[in-house]
Design a protein around this ligand. Structure first.
Ligand code: T4K
Length: 369
């Protein structure tokens, strides 16, 4: 096969020469980690860029999720979506919390607020929704339920870097929001993540938790973990931030091109663009409906034969993995919309360096099948 492979994503890498001065600075200072200068600069820069007041950097999004649940002392049962990356529910198991899966809304593919109340029990302490593909959850409906039942809300905002809704940054909702800066994300620090807190006290507690619980040399206030971001990762984040607007612009163009090319393809459903939302176009999901000539897995396979590596995010559902499938809430009959979406979804390649010719190759396969 002569065509170059096209992966679902490709990290946005600024020119290497631009990173060298950062590395030189790290070599000169010999400060490699533990809240060094780049770490502090990146926290400030991200607060400014994202329009939030308090943010704690993490080694990755999963540890940030685990720590967010710890910080709020969440226990018992937590309501969450099965239609996500497995880390969402794993963060609950790592805290000895029982996930209770609730179905998604078939249009937004986010947790369906209308189904949440029926899943609340005396053991429910929180809701863990995901802004899937960076598309905002129905935050007001979720908050209303949380207020009525005195529940915490932790948003898994791993996909939602830079997303704005009508009320501003999407990261301002809930008690805490968690970001991922993994290599595959819109903004990356190789590995990385963050928790967005509403106030300085929460941030301080979270900062203690990510550093073994240390407050000073001799005081440990909690059984914290090591989830700190290193200086190399933080420096790369600062460099990325200089290029992120350009990258977002290019993603928007690619997304528009896909939309125009595919919206009238029989049997292919595109998710509608949410109103009043500034999106980040981190993913381009299509739903391969029964009226399309190929089943979703056949289209996925046909693409692979042409060296195009689209991904089935999110299939299988989290609720189908062995450590979850025994839960009563994991039964497919409880999750019809999620089950349907997982069987039909295909995320097409989208990344800033994608060329028009590469995008044409992807479009051609979808149209010609
Ligand atoms: N919550 C949600 C909703 C999430 O989606 C995620 C992560 C998390 C929480 C946890 O955050 P982190 O702890 O990861 O910070 C990828 C990512 O590893 C994962 O971060 C992400 N979600 C998930 C949706 O996607 P895989 O297993 O699909 O990755 P992989 O290695 O197959 O990469 C996909 C493609 O990206 C490759 O085919 C090629 C390209 N790629 C990947 C890497 C790692 C590159 O070009 N360069 C690279 O370095 O999970």
């Amino acid at each position: 096969m002569s065509d170059k492979p096209i992966y679902v994503t490709q990290p946005n890498l600024p020119p290497l020469e631009e990173f060298v001065p950062y590395l030189r600075q790290i070599w000169d200072s010999k400060i490699l980690t533990n809240g060094g200068p780049y770490h502090q600069q990146l926290e400030h820069a991200l607060c400014e860029y994202l329009g939030v007041d308090h943010l704690s950097l993490f080694a990755n999004g999963t540890l940030a999720l685990v720590t967010a649940l710890q910080a709020l002392r969440i226990t018992g049962e937590v309501i969450t979506t099965p239609y996500s990356f497995v880390a969402t529910a794993h963060a609950l198991l790592w805290n000895d919390i029982k996930p209770v899966f609730v179905d998604i809304d078939p249009e937004s593919l986010n947790l369906d607020p209308a189904k949440v109340e029926a899943a609340i029990t005396t053991k429910t302490t929180a809701i863990l929704p995901v802004h899937c593909y960076g598309r905002p959850c129905n935050v007001s409906a979720i908050q209303k339920i949380a207020d009525n039942y005195n529940l915490k809300v932790v948003y898994d905002a791993a996909h939602a870097f830079g997303v704005q809704n009508a009320c501003g940054g999407i990261l301002r909702h809930g008690d805490l929001s968690v970001l991922s800066f993994h290599a595959t994300k819109v903004f990356n620090t190789f590995e990385g993540g963050a928790i967005v807190s509403p106030d300085a006290k929460s941030k301080q507690h979270i900062d203690h938790l990510k550093n073994f619980g240390f407050v000073d040399e001799v005081t440990v206030v909690a059984p914290g973990i090591n989830a700190k971001m290193s200086e190399v990762n933080a420096a790369f984040g600062l460099l990325q931030l200089r290029h992120v607007d350009e990258a977002l612009k290019r993603r928007a163009q690619i997304s528009n091109t896909y939309r125009q090319a595919l919206e009238r393809v029989h049997g292919i459903r595109l998710l509608s663009e949410p109103e009043h939302v500034q999106a980040n176009h981190g993913y381009f999901p299509i739903l391969v409906e029964d009226s399309y000539p190929l089943a979703r897995d056949e289209l996925y396979q046909r693409m692979r034969e042409r060296n195009i590596y689209a991904r089935r995010y999110f299939y299988p559902l989290i609720s189908e993995f062995p450590m979850y499938r025994g839960l009563p809430s994991a039964q497919a009959t409880n999750l019809p919309a999620a089950t349907r979406a997982a069987a039909r979804v295909l995320c097409l390649p989208i990344f800033p360096a994608m060329t028009p010719a590469e995008q044409e190759r992807v479009i051609d396969v979808v149209r010609a099948s």
